[in-house]
Design a protein around this ligand. Structure first.
Ligand code: ATP
Ligand code: MG
Length: 293
Protein backbone atom coordinates (compact mmCIF):
# COMPACT_ATOMS: atom_id res chain seq x y z
CA UNK A 1 0.00 0.00 0.00
CA UNK A 2 2.77 2.44 1.01
CA UNK A 3 4.53 1.68 -2.23
CA UNK A 4 1.39 2.51 -4.19
CA UNK A 5 0.91 5.81 -2.38
CA UNK A 6 4.54 6.65 -3.12
CA UNK A 7 3.80 6.08 -6.79
CA UNK A 8 0.88 8.50 -6.60
CA UNK A 9 3.18 11.06 -4.96
CA UNK A 10 5.69 10.70 -7.76
CA UNK A 11 3.00 11.26 -10.36
CA UNK A 12 1.74 14.31 -8.49
CA UNK A 13 5.23 15.80 -8.35
CA UNK A 14 5.02 16.09 -12.11
CA UNK A 15 1.67 17.90 -11.99
CA UNK A 16 3.00 21.50 -11.82
CA UNK A 17 5.20 20.81 -14.83
CA UNK A 18 2.43 19.11 -16.76
CA UNK A 19 0.17 22.12 -16.09
CA UNK A 20 2.88 24.54 -17.12
CA UNK A 21 3.92 22.75 -20.29
CA UNK A 22 0.58 21.33 -21.43
CA UNK A 23 -0.06 22.19 -25.08
CA UNK A 24 3.47 23.60 -25.43
CA UNK A 25 6.17 22.48 -27.85
CA UNK A 26 9.52 21.11 -26.73
CA UNK A 27 12.18 20.77 -29.41
CA UNK A 28 14.66 18.00 -28.66
CA UNK A 29 17.96 17.47 -30.43
CA UNK A 30 18.66 13.76 -30.19
CA UNK A 31 22.39 13.29 -30.55
CA UNK A 32 25.01 10.69 -31.24
CA UNK A 33 25.65 9.03 -27.88
CA UNK A 34 22.03 8.67 -26.72
CA UNK A 35 21.39 6.77 -29.95
CA UNK A 36 24.02 4.10 -29.55
CA UNK A 37 22.71 1.69 -26.92
CA UNK A 38 19.42 -0.19 -27.22
CA UNK A 39 18.63 0.62 -23.60
CA UNK A 40 19.06 4.39 -24.05
CA UNK A 41 17.15 4.33 -27.33
CA UNK A 42 14.17 2.61 -25.70
CA UNK A 43 14.18 4.98 -22.72
CA UNK A 44 14.33 7.96 -25.06
CA UNK A 45 11.36 6.64 -27.06
CA UNK A 46 9.35 6.05 -23.87
CA UNK A 47 10.08 9.57 -22.63
CA UNK A 48 8.98 11.13 -25.92
CA UNK A 49 5.76 9.10 -26.07
CA UNK A 50 4.92 9.93 -22.47
CA UNK A 51 5.38 13.65 -23.22
CA UNK A 52 3.01 13.39 -26.17
CA UNK A 53 0.35 11.51 -24.18
CA UNK A 54 0.32 14.08 -21.38
CA UNK A 55 -0.19 16.89 -23.87
CA UNK A 56 3.34 18.19 -24.45
CA UNK A 57 4.37 18.34 -28.10
CA UNK A 58 7.85 16.93 -28.71
CA UNK A 59 9.59 17.78 -31.98
CA UNK A 60 12.70 15.66 -32.55
CA UNK A 61 15.70 16.84 -34.55
CA UNK A 62 18.43 14.24 -34.82
CA UNK A 63 22.11 14.19 -35.62
CA UNK A 64 23.99 11.20 -36.87
CA UNK A 65 27.63 12.17 -37.04
CA UNK A 66 28.95 8.73 -36.00
CA UNK A 67 26.67 6.93 -38.50
CA UNK A 68 27.82 9.23 -41.33
CA UNK A 69 31.43 8.69 -40.27
CA UNK A 70 31.00 4.90 -40.34
CA UNK A 71 29.44 4.90 -43.80
CA UNK A 72 32.11 7.23 -45.18
CA UNK A 73 34.83 5.04 -43.63
CA UNK A 74 33.36 1.96 -45.35
CA UNK A 75 33.63 3.88 -48.61
CA UNK A 76 37.22 4.81 -47.80
CA UNK A 77 36.35 8.51 -47.59
CA UNK A 78 37.71 10.73 -44.88
CA UNK A 79 36.23 14.03 -43.75
CA UNK A 80 37.49 16.73 -41.43
CA UNK A 81 35.74 19.10 -39.06
CA UNK A 82 36.01 22.86 -38.71
CA UNK A 83 34.48 24.39 -35.58
CA UNK A 84 32.10 21.46 -35.20
CA UNK A 85 31.00 21.42 -38.87
CA UNK A 86 31.81 18.55 -41.21
CA UNK A 87 33.48 19.68 -44.44
CA UNK A 88 31.07 18.29 -47.07
CA UNK A 89 31.83 17.87 -50.79
CA UNK A 90 29.13 16.80 -53.30
CA UNK A 91 29.76 13.09 -52.88
CA UNK A 92 29.81 13.38 -49.11
CA UNK A 93 26.52 15.32 -49.30
CA UNK A 94 24.86 12.38 -51.04
CA UNK A 95 26.05 10.07 -48.27
CA UNK A 96 24.91 12.52 -45.58
CA UNK A 97 21.42 12.73 -47.09
CA UNK A 98 21.12 8.96 -47.46
CA UNK A 99 22.33 8.26 -43.94
CA UNK A 100 20.49 11.08 -42.12
CA UNK A 101 17.27 11.32 -44.14
CA UNK A 102 17.11 7.59 -44.80
CA UNK A 103 18.66 5.23 -42.33
CA UNK A 104 18.93 7.24 -39.12
CA UNK A 105 15.63 9.07 -39.56
CA UNK A 106 13.66 5.92 -40.25
CA UNK A 107 15.31 4.09 -37.36
CA UNK A 108 14.05 6.76 -34.96
CA UNK A 109 10.58 6.77 -36.54
CA UNK A 110 10.43 2.98 -36.24
CA UNK A 111 11.68 3.12 -32.66
CA UNK A 112 8.87 5.49 -31.62
CA UNK A 113 6.28 3.44 -33.51
CA UNK A 114 7.54 0.25 -31.86
CA UNK A 115 7.02 1.78 -28.42
CA UNK A 116 3.46 2.77 -29.23
CA UNK A 117 3.83 6.33 -30.49
CA UNK A 118 3.03 7.77 -33.91
CA UNK A 119 5.97 9.36 -35.72
CA UNK A 120 6.62 10.82 -39.15
CA UNK A 121 10.10 11.46 -40.54
CA UNK A 122 10.95 14.62 -42.48
CA UNK A 123 13.89 16.58 -43.80
CA UNK A 124 13.79 20.31 -44.48
CA UNK A 125 12.60 19.43 -47.97
CA UNK A 126 9.35 17.82 -46.82
CA UNK A 127 6.45 20.23 -46.94
CA UNK A 128 9.03 23.00 -47.38
CA UNK A 129 9.69 22.82 -43.62
CA UNK A 130 12.91 24.84 -43.84
CA UNK A 131 15.22 26.37 -46.40
CA UNK A 132 18.98 26.68 -46.19
CA UNK A 133 21.89 28.69 -47.53
CA UNK A 134 25.59 27.95 -47.71
CA UNK A 135 27.80 29.08 -44.86
CA UNK A 136 31.43 30.09 -44.67
CA UNK A 137 33.28 29.43 -41.44
CA UNK A 138 35.60 31.81 -39.61
CA UNK A 139 38.71 29.87 -38.67
CA UNK A 140 41.62 30.83 -36.46
CA UNK A 141 43.30 34.23 -36.66
CA UNK A 142 46.60 34.16 -38.55
CA UNK A 143 48.98 36.36 -36.55
CA UNK A 144 47.50 39.86 -36.29
CA UNK A 145 45.57 39.38 -39.52
CA UNK A 146 41.87 38.70 -39.98
CA UNK A 147 40.49 35.23 -39.25
CA UNK A 148 40.93 32.66 -41.99
CA UNK A 149 37.71 32.06 -43.97
CA UNK A 150 36.99 28.38 -44.62
CA UNK A 151 34.60 27.08 -47.28
CA UNK A 152 33.09 23.87 -45.85
CA UNK A 153 31.34 22.91 -49.12
CA UNK A 154 27.73 21.78 -48.83
CA UNK A 155 27.28 23.01 -45.28
CA UNK A 156 24.37 25.30 -44.71
CA UNK A 157 22.33 27.15 -42.18
CA UNK A 158 18.58 27.56 -41.92
CA UNK A 159 17.24 30.73 -43.53
CA UNK A 160 13.48 30.27 -43.29
CA UNK A 161 11.14 27.91 -41.47
CA UNK A 162 7.58 27.15 -42.60
CA UNK A 163 6.12 25.24 -39.68
CA UNK A 164 2.81 24.40 -41.37
CA UNK A 165 3.66 20.73 -41.84
CA UNK A 166 4.50 20.44 -38.13
CA UNK A 167 1.10 21.90 -37.20
CA UNK A 168 -0.64 19.44 -39.54
CA UNK A 169 1.20 16.51 -37.98
CA UNK A 170 0.35 17.81 -34.54
CA UNK A 171 -3.37 17.75 -35.36
CA UNK A 172 -3.04 14.03 -36.00
CA UNK A 173 -0.94 13.48 -32.85
CA UNK A 174 2.11 12.56 -34.91
CA UNK A 175 5.56 13.21 -33.50
CA UNK A 176 7.77 14.89 -36.14
CA UNK A 177 11.28 13.43 -36.49
CA UNK A 178 13.47 15.79 -38.47
CA UNK A 179 16.78 15.14 -40.24
CA UNK A 180 19.04 18.20 -40.59
CA UNK A 181 19.13 18.29 -44.37
CA UNK A 182 17.89 21.37 -46.19
CA UNK A 183 17.68 22.85 -49.65
CA UNK A 184 18.16 26.35 -51.08
CA UNK A 185 15.98 28.18 -53.61
CA UNK A 186 18.08 26.70 -56.46
CA UNK A 187 17.60 23.14 -55.23
CA UNK A 188 21.09 22.64 -53.77
CA UNK A 189 21.08 20.31 -50.79
CA UNK A 190 22.92 21.21 -47.57
CA UNK A 191 24.15 19.39 -44.53
CA UNK A 192 23.20 21.45 -41.49
CA UNK A 193 24.35 20.97 -37.95
CA UNK A 194 21.44 19.36 -36.09
CA UNK A 195 21.83 21.72 -33.14
CA UNK A 196 21.35 24.72 -35.44
CA UNK A 197 18.26 23.20 -37.05
CA UNK A 198 16.84 22.51 -33.59
CA UNK A 199 17.54 26.12 -32.56
CA UNK A 200 15.84 27.56 -35.65
CA UNK A 201 12.82 25.29 -35.29
CA UNK A 202 12.48 26.04 -31.57
CA UNK A 203 12.45 29.72 -32.42
CA UNK A 204 9.98 29.42 -35.32
CA UNK A 205 7.65 27.13 -33.37
CA UNK A 206 7.79 29.43 -30.32
CA UNK A 207 8.77 26.39 -28.29
CA UNK A 208 8.69 26.39 -24.51
CA UNK A 209 12.05 24.65 -24.35
CA UNK A 210 14.93 23.49 -26.45
CA UNK A 211 16.71 20.38 -25.17
CA UNK A 212 20.09 19.56 -26.70
CA UNK A 213 21.14 16.02 -25.81
CA UNK A 214 24.84 15.35 -25.92
CA UNK A 215 27.65 13.07 -24.74
CA UNK A 216 28.84 15.12 -21.75
CA UNK A 217 27.07 16.08 -18.49
CA UNK A 218 26.59 19.66 -19.72
CA UNK A 219 28.76 22.74 -20.23
CA UNK A 220 31.94 22.67 -18.17
CA UNK A 221 34.01 25.70 -17.12
CA UNK A 222 37.78 26.25 -17.38
CA UNK A 223 38.31 23.93 -14.39
CA UNK A 224 36.21 21.21 -15.99
CA UNK A 225 33.36 21.72 -13.49
CA UNK A 226 29.76 21.38 -14.67
CA UNK A 227 27.95 24.73 -14.83
CA UNK A 228 24.29 24.10 -13.97
CA UNK A 229 22.92 27.50 -14.97
CA UNK A 230 24.21 30.39 -17.04
CA UNK A 231 23.04 33.18 -19.31
CA UNK A 232 23.84 34.07 -22.89
CA UNK A 233 26.40 36.70 -21.96
CA UNK A 234 28.51 34.33 -19.83
CA UNK A 235 28.29 31.77 -22.58
CA UNK A 236 29.61 34.22 -25.19
CA UNK A 237 32.56 34.95 -22.91
CA UNK A 238 33.26 31.23 -22.54
CA UNK A 239 33.31 30.90 -26.34
CA UNK A 240 35.62 33.91 -26.69
CA UNK A 241 37.98 32.42 -24.07
CA UNK A 242 37.99 29.06 -25.84
CA UNK A 243 36.50 27.28 -22.80
CA UNK A 244 33.58 26.33 -25.01
CA UNK A 245 34.79 24.94 -28.34
CA UNK A 246 34.27 22.30 -31.05
CA UNK A 247 30.89 20.56 -31.06
CA UNK A 248 29.66 22.79 -28.23
CA UNK A 249 29.82 25.90 -30.46
CA UNK A 250 26.80 25.02 -32.63
CA UNK A 251 24.89 24.32 -29.41
CA UNK A 252 25.70 27.78 -28.10
CA UNK A 253 24.62 29.32 -31.40
CA UNK A 254 21.42 27.26 -31.36
CA UNK A 255 20.70 28.30 -27.78
CA UNK A 256 21.21 31.95 -28.66
CA UNK A 257 18.92 31.71 -31.71
CA UNK A 258 16.23 29.98 -29.67
CA UNK A 259 16.35 32.47 -26.79
CA UNK A 260 16.34 35.37 -29.29
CA UNK A 261 13.20 33.82 -30.78
CA UNK A 262 11.42 33.80 -27.43
CA UNK A 263 12.13 30.26 -26.21
CA UNK A 264 12.07 30.39 -22.40
CA UNK A 265 14.93 28.03 -21.60
CA UNK A 266 17.54 25.91 -23.32
CA UNK A 267 18.96 22.79 -21.69
CA UNK A 268 22.11 20.88 -22.51
CA UNK A 269 21.49 17.36 -21.26
CA UNK A 270 23.59 14.22 -20.93
CA UNK A 271 22.08 11.74 -23.37
CA UNK A 272 23.98 8.89 -21.71
CA UNK A 273 21.71 9.10 -18.66
CA UNK A 274 18.56 6.93 -18.59
CA UNK A 275 15.40 9.03 -19.04
CA UNK A 276 17.44 12.22 -19.48
CA UNK A 277 14.47 13.96 -21.16
CA UNK A 278 12.00 13.31 -18.34
CA UNK A 279 14.53 14.20 -15.65
CA UNK A 280 15.20 17.54 -17.29
CA UNK A 281 11.57 18.48 -17.87
CA UNK A 282 9.99 17.20 -14.66
CA UNK A 283 12.48 17.99 -11.92
CA UNK A 284 13.27 21.31 -10.25
CA UNK A 285 17.03 21.29 -10.74
CA UNK A 286 17.30 19.22 -13.89
CA UNK A 287 20.44 17.30 -14.70
CA UNK A 288 22.53 19.33 -17.13
CA UNK A 289 23.18 22.98 -17.96
CA UNK A 290 20.32 25.42 -18.36
CA UNK A 291 20.81 28.50 -20.50
CA UNK A 292 18.65 31.50 -19.69
CA UNK A 293 18.17 34.75 -21.61
N1 ATP B 1 32.99 23.86 -22.32
C1 ATP B 1 32.57 22.68 -22.79
N2 ATP B 1 31.76 21.91 -22.04
C2 ATP B 1 31.35 20.70 -22.48
N3 ATP B 1 31.68 20.18 -23.69
C3 ATP B 1 32.47 20.89 -24.49
C4 ATP B 1 32.95 22.19 -24.11
N4 ATP B 1 33.70 22.68 -25.10
C5 ATP B 1 33.71 21.75 -26.07
N5 ATP B 1 32.98 20.67 -25.74
C6 ATP B 1 32.82 19.48 -26.59
O1 ATP B 1 31.55 19.44 -27.22
C7 ATP B 1 31.23 18.06 -27.44
C8 ATP B 1 29.74 17.90 -27.77
O2 ATP B 1 29.50 18.17 -29.15
P1 ATP B 1 29.53 17.03 -30.28
O3 ATP B 1 29.18 17.68 -31.56
O4 ATP B 1 30.82 16.31 -30.19
O5 ATP B 1 28.43 15.99 -29.83
P2 ATP B 1 26.84 15.98 -30.08
O6 ATP B 1 26.44 17.26 -30.74
O7 ATP B 1 26.22 15.65 -28.79
O8 ATP B 1 26.63 14.75 -31.05
P3 ATP B 1 26.44 14.75 -32.65
O9 ATP B 1 27.16 15.95 -33.17
O10 ATP B 1 27.04 13.46 -33.06
O11 ATP B 1 24.96 14.80 -32.86
C9 ATP B 1 31.67 17.41 -26.16
O12 ATP B 1 31.90 16.04 -26.31
C10 ATP B 1 32.95 18.18 -25.82
O13 ATP B 1 34.07 17.50 -26.31
MG1 MG C 1 27.41 17.97 -32.66
Amino acid sequence: MKELIRKADILLEALPYIKKFWGRTVVIKYGGSAMVSDNLRSKFAEDIILLRYIGIKPVIVHGGGPQIGQTLAKMGKETKFVRGHRVTDEETMDVVEMVLGGKVNKEIVALIQKHGGKAVGLTGKDGGLFYAEKILIEGARVGDGPPEIIDPGRVGRVTRVHPEVIHRLDEGNFIPVIAPVGVDADGNTYNINADSVAGSLASALKAEKLLLMTDVPGITDEKGQLVSSLNRKTLQEMVADGVVHGGMIPKVEAATAALDGGVMKVHIVDGRVDHAVLLEIFTQTGIGTEILP
